[in-house]
Write a protein that binds this ligand. Structure first.
Ligand SMILES: Cc1ncc(COP(=O)(O)O)c(C=O)c1O
Length: 347
């Protein structure tokens, strides 16, 4: 299937780029189900795909998924230069790994994780908030199961409490990883999770309560501070230690800048993990997300895989193995380019 670039396709001798539109390649139907019998010249392949893609919408006009559609040309260049780097090969690309670690540290500090200035934060870059949430959910499930086992109690009916306004990734997590999703119903005029009702729904099988900072439906922030207060009281009464996850897919890169005094992050003791989408207000093209844990104890060690066949010992906690490096590099670009201050960019 792969043709060496030195071997010319028979038709390439006759058909220059100018006659791509007149060539037989654009007159025949493109393969939709099976590979074609033979190859076609690269300019024809380009033209066919380019022209079909013209029917897609224009990303710059797409405000629907809150995802970044423009980055500075300098960053585009960094992205193009690293398109062929496999992120997972940390031995081969140690600087990329270092940039990921710096991003994790920066985000953990932004979310007020209780770590020293020089201490390394616990977290990982993901494809988006969905993967980040799967990982956070798995960590809660494993921690809860381990505790229940050690107490000799049943550990086969874990549940998670959320508002009915959660994004579909929470339903996916519940289905894929066999956790019951207990949703707090919304009511007329109140379209986020009511912390009071959420805490009422918590029982001994609750692995965590998930609050959203930036509801997908309205952008509204849920009251994580009140949730933390109510859950602290319930934990004291019952002897449980139900934690909180904050789904800050949208709000994680908004709240620290616009509402620095709002208590929603690791300043609240029960908040054990937070996810944020780098490709939303982290201002990076899709797909990049992040999950950070409060500290090492909140990420069970037996979920971390140690691979060594690419060289040295490399700890990984992701659902995928290979992936691109560009988005991580682009995230780091935005961090050092913009800093904390709010600046008006001029073009
Ligand atoms: C609150 C919330 N959580 C999770 C997600 C999923 O994020 P991603 O698209 O980064 O996987 C979204 C996406 O809109 C969201 O709004």
């Amino acid at each position: 299937m792969v043709i060496s670039s030195t071997v010319k396709h028979p038709d390439e001798h006759n058909e220059s780029i100018d006659c791509t539109f007149a060539s037989r390649y654009v007159r025949e139907a493109v393969p939709k189900f099976k590979l074609a019998e033979s190859s076609i010249p690269k300019d024809a392949a380009y033209q066919i795909i380019n022209d079909e893609l013209m029917l897609d919408g224009k990303p710059r006009l797409n405000l629907a998924s809150f995802v970044t559609t423009w980055m500075e040309p300098e960053c585009d260049k960094l992205i193009m230069d690293s398109l062929n780097k496999n992120y997972v090969d940390m031995d081969e690309y140690p600087v990329t790994t270092e940039l990921q670690n710096r991003c994790v540290n920066i985000i953990a500090h932004l979310f007020n994780a209780p770590i020293g200035k020089e201490e390394t934060a616990v977290g990982v870059g993901t494809v988006g908030s969905s993967e980040a949430i799967m990982l956070a959910g798995l960590a809660f499930k494993r921690k809860w199961q381990t505790k229940r086992k050690s107490e000799g109690k049943p550990y086969d009916k874990p549940n998670i409490v959320t508002g009915a306004n959660v994004q579909v990734c929470w339903e996916k997590f519940a289905k894929y990883f066999e956790v019951e999703l207990k949703e707090v119903k919304l009511s007329e005029g109140y379209y986020v999770m009511d912390p009071l009702k959420a805490v009422e729904m918590v029982d001994e099988n609750t692995i965590c309560v998930a609050a959203i900072l930036g509801s997908t439906l309205t952008g509204e922030f849920e009251d994580v501070k009140l949730l933390n207060e109510l859950l602290t009281v319930k934990n004291k009464e019952t002897g449980w230690d139900t934690p909180i996850h904050v789904d800050a897919a949208s709000g994680g890169f908004v709240a620290p800048f616009l509402y620095p005094d709002l208590l929603w992050d690791f300043r609240l003791p029960l908040v054990k993990s937070i996810n944020v989408s780098g490709h939303k207000y982290g201002l990076v093209y899709p797909g990049i997300g992040w999950v950070v844990w409060r500290n090492q104890d909140d990420l069970p060690d037996d979920l971390v895989f140690h691979i060594n066949y690419l060289g040295s010992d490399q700890p990984t906690f992701t659902l995928n193995f290979s992936k691109g490096s560009s988005q991580i590099i682009a995230q780091y670009y935005q961090f050092i380019r913009l800093g904390f201050e709010v600046i008006i960019l001029s073009f």
